[in-house]
Write a protein that binds this ligand. Sequence first.
Ligand SMILES: Cc1cc2nc3c(=O)[nH]c(=O)nc-3n(C[C@H](O)[C@H](O)[C@H](O)COP(=O)(O)O)c2cc1C
Length: 213
Amino acid sequence: MTKTPLIERLNWRYATKKMDPAKPVSEDKVAQIVEAIQLAPTSSGTQPFELFVITNPETRAEIRKVAWDQTPITDGSHLLVFAAWDNYTAERIDAVTDQLKAERGDLPLLTAYYDNLKNTYLPRDASVNHDHAARQAYIALGLAMAAAAELEVDATPMEGFDPDKVDEILGLKDKGLRSVVIMPLGHREEGADWLLPMPKMRKPLEKLVTRLD
Ligand SMILES: Cc1cc2nc3c(=O)[nH]c(=O)nc-3n(C[C@H](O)[C@H](O)[C@H](O)COP(=O)(O)O)c2cc1C
């Protein structure tokens, strides 16, 4: 069977190490990557994270300093910062219920479902809730990477940064947010990236997949 265009694009993409500062990503393409993030499914539909899209050169230079000096942060044109909720709160969950009521109507099961969710989430340790929220942000990260690949935009997902320092630079603490993963967008600088000529390395399927037929 022929491969889908998505699989072809996933083979094309790689965690770009050298981006070309002379080739910014068009705002049209960034908007579609952001839409993929908006459309990402999340547990109970809470979307427990916010996205920062940073083009400001000074802010990106500050972030690069606390992110292992990784050049795509400033050589790319846009930096995405995924910032997850520091905790679940009644207000945050009620805002989801309110939006659902407004857009889908006050279904009887709705309030019961989200009351139950509050009963489960609110007594839990903040770190457990933050970790759960961060996992939702990573689903959006995955879709953003796929959307970028489809649009022939290069993207480097990064955990190599000091989250507390990035939170400080962006003033996230006061917003009840914590940075979890960042991703510069740009275009690869062909001939200058040591990783580009390397073959893609992945576990063989027999080590990744167990089939129980
Ligand atoms: C959550 C996450 C964090 C990562 N952090 C970094 C990073 O800080 N710097 C970097 O150069 N690559 C980073 N990578 C890239 C991985 O090393 C890379 O995706 C992996 O080796 C597979 O290679 P490929 O993406 O080029 O196919 C990260 C990838 C993911 C998914």
